[in-house]
Design a binder for this molecule. Structure first.
Ligand code: ZN
Length: 103
């Protein structure tokens, strides 16, 4: 049996390549809003971040979202995203554990 090909994406903060499902997607919507996309299916330009608060802080410090999303992201948006990120982190980690049980 051939091993399944896992799509890899790069975390914009630590630059590590990771399976897509291990990363949290942040999307720039067509109306130029920046938000976390847990479904990974929203339309728009996406950036990926591994599910660690530390990586989010790094991305915020280095303005990695500005570069990845080709948009000037306001500090308030970063603050909002950080709150959202922390809020979804638990959910994200829990869903990862569930997924691991399946395999
Ligand atoms: Zn990372």
């Amino acid at each position: 049996m051939k091993p399944r090909k896992v799509p890899l994406r790069k975390c914009i903060a630590c630059q590590e390549m990771m399976p897509k499902k291990e990363l949290i997607r942040v999307v720039r919507t067509p109306d130029e809003e920046v938000r976390i996309d847990l479904t990974g299916k929203k339309a728009g330009r996406g950036a990926y971040l591994c599910g660690k608060a530390g990586c989010f802080r790094l991305a915020k410090k280095s303005k990695a979202f500005d570069r990845a999303l080709k948009l000037s992201v306001d500090p308030e948006i970063y603050d909002q995203l950080e709150q959202d990120f922390i809020a979804v982190e638990d959910e994200f980690l829990a869903s990862k554990e569930l997924a691991a049980d399946d395999e």
